[in-house]
Design a binder for this molecule. Sequence first.
Ligand SMILES: *Cc1c(COP(=O)(O)O)cnc(C)c1O
Length: 400
Amino acid sequence: MIWYPYQQMKTMKEPFKIIDAQGVYLYTEERRMIDSVSSWWSVIHGYKHPALTEAIHAQAERFSHVMLGGLTHEPVQKLADKLEAWLPGDLDYCFFSDSGSVAVEVALKMALQFYVNRGEMKRTKVLSLTHAYHGDTFKAMEVGDDEDYHFILEAYGEKKNVIHIPTQIAALEEAFSAFHEELNCFIVEPLLQGAGGMRMYELSFLQRARELCDKYGVLLVFDEVATGFGRTGNRFVADLVLPDILVLGKALTGGYVGHAATIANHKVYDGFYGDDAQKALMHGPTFMGNALACSVALKSIALFEEGGYLSRIRRIEEITRRELEGLDHPQIRQVRIMGGCVCIEVINGAVLQGFQQFAYERGVFSRPFLNYMYAMVPYVITEEELVKVLSVMKEWFIGR
Ligand SMILES: *Cc1c(COP(=O)(O)O)cnc(C)c1O
């Protein structure tokens, strides 16, 4: 039987069984519903996009996968070339892996080994944010700050190698002045912290972080697994402030196949480059650079460019602001909107009990968590469909 994610299996509500999917719609036997979650924020072009299906199909006719150990192939070379050209600055060196969590592990390993390779053995600590989420593998959990994972902390005593700070410049400056000699990197979800509660913060925080990282020689890592490919209204937040290492996942393949990338700049790459075999990066996921994933990622990026996605996302933001303008309710703590993300934070999460079923009956799939009712819609959504998603969210509060 299936062991489902993040669920107490004994009390879990039966999941909706999907039998087909097309555009922004998921189909059950009973009805169709707009996927307001984009399958965990990844399906930016919608389901069953003919060009994406064709990219996978065409590659499957050649080969679906060969390993990157001692072998290489055109789809992975083309994707690396594309990312090198497309990403800002000298973020040119792409290490592929099969999921966002693994790509975060790779980034953290890279940052640590970068200093070990230089003989700086004291830089064992990572600076990260409170409410951070970087994935479910062990080191990713450790740099994360998800209460569900605090048992790790308890089991191991304390987190000796991670320091968490809020998104305030004073806290940032304090942490750097206290710990700069021990830090190898500062990892953040830039501008928008997703799974930690759709928390949004100022660009000036990241600009200051960049300055301090430069001053003290600490690597800046952007985990754009969630924010990348337009979600914040920017193509990448890395277009605004340049990190040393960038992590991409989720929407990289348009949500068609699990894949991720850890992309280093020249300085980081150079820290591993040389004649010493000991200085090589020791990592190699079995399915890294999977040919189906790379082919569909290339096509997904092409659609993103051809389709004028940044203006589409601006439109989504405008409509969202217009529709939620003046939304007020004693249970609502805050409404937050950024690019293609909207979050209604309530004071008590119990008030969202039953919302998923309510939305389902009205033709919208939603998955609120804790105190957060949110939407991260596929970018191909029409105005009418988006208004429907937002109306269902608003309607829930009427008479409650
Ligand atoms: C989802 C997510 C991850 C983990 O990605 P997986 O593919 O689920 O392993 C890491 N970082 C952020 C910011 C995410 O949103």
